[in-house]
Design a protein around this ligand. Structure first.
Ligand SMILES: [Zn+2]
Length: 328
């Protein structure tokens, strides 16, 4: 039986980027979120008298600092909307809902949030809505659970309510919210493409392959499938390394979360023999303050590792600067 060679399978895998983003709030955002905790919505007045909700710290026209907080209403008008038929995890509502921009009564700008509505036919630009407050409020945008339809007519004067509120550091709010942790999560299905699939498959055999540009003859490692200089596809697969040369490096003094590596350690650009592009790797097996440009290194694999754990000195004489000066 004869069979045509089938094209190599291109890898695909889920890739989740997830991290807690911790930020301090500053006086304006602190007042806004502390206000939400107390079921009060605060905007900020710009130099031309407009009220912005959510508030910002700098005037969008003059760039001046703005700090004049004013309370606006918990009711407002939808200025535009989009239906979300398939809510994703951690969105404001688990059932289908509308994303809405709502101009709260007393505000000149609109705030983005969710509107709890039975279906898109019950949502319209111009409809009246009101805030549904979360039962447990902590000083976060989620203290507004969502908006819901409201049959109260708009205030005909539609002016900011008269009572300016001072920022929490002036003592209006006790126990002000000064920072938040925003959980960031990005879900991807990642396909590395043909060139990197070959690179990853070769790594599983502890080999490193790059691809050569047919025009300038540079060998790219890891290969991206095209030469960024010539703009042509790279097709000629080339095995490089395993040894290489440190072209430049830095000493890491900050311990990363979830990385069990003692600091200080050295992270380096390493040009594998035969490659025209340096890749990144950690240098071990040598005191950090003895690592140098031109140091010859080789990969160290750990059991089950999908890439070299680190690189260590080979003991060869250092490479001549002229050999790697184009690879720094
Ligand atoms: Zn090229």
């Amino acid at each position: 039986m004869t069979a045509a060679a089938s094209p190599p399978e291109v890898l695909r895998a889920p890739l989740v980027v997830e991290f807690p983003f911790t930020r301090s709030l500053g006086p304006v955002q602190s007042a806004f979120l502390t206000g939400l905790r107390e079921r009060v919505v605060l905007g900020v007045t710009t130099s031309d008298g407009k009220v912005m909700v959510p508030p910002v710290e700098y005037d969008p026209v003059t760039a001046d600092e703005i700090r004049d907080l004013v309370e606006v209403s918990a009711t407002g008008t939808v200025t535009t909307w989009a239906w979300n038929g398939e809510p994703r995890p951690q969105q404001p509502l688990a059932t289908p809902f509308a994303w809405v921009l709502v101009r709260l009564d007393g505000a000149d700008t609109a705030i983005l949030h969710a509107l709890d509505a039975p279906g898109p036919e019950s949502v319209a630009t111009g409809m009246r809505v009101r805030i549904r407050w979360a039962t447990d409020r902590v000083g976060a945008i989620t203290d507004i659970a969502c908006f819901e339809p409201d049959d109260t007519p708009a205030d005909p004067t539609d002016a900011p309510q008269a009572s300016p509120r001072a920022a929490p550091h002036d003592g209006v709010f006790t126990d002000a919210v000064t920072g938040i942790v925003a959980e960031a999560r990005l879900d991807y299905t990642y396909s590395p493409g043909r060139a990197q699939t070959a690179y990853i498959n070769a790594l599983s055999e502890r080999r490193t392959v790059g691809e050569r540009c047919p025009s300038c003859h540079k060998v790219y490692v890891p290969p991206r499938g095209a030469c960024p200089t010539c703009g042509v596809a790279t097709t000629d697969r080339v095995e490089v390394g395993p040894a290489g040369t440190v072209t430049t490096y830095c000493i890491v003094n900050i311990k990363a979360r979830n990385l069990d590596i003692e600091v200080p350690y050295v992270y380096a650009h390493i040009a594998l023999d035969g490659a025209d592009l340096a890749l990144h790797g950690r240098i071990g097996g040598i005191p950090y303050d003895q690592v140098r440009m031109g140091l010859r290194v080789e990969p160290v694999w750990t059991e089950g590792g999908r890439h070299p754990d680190h690189y260590r000195p080979t003991g060869e004489p250092d490479a001549d600067y002229d050999v790697y000066k184009e690879l720094i």
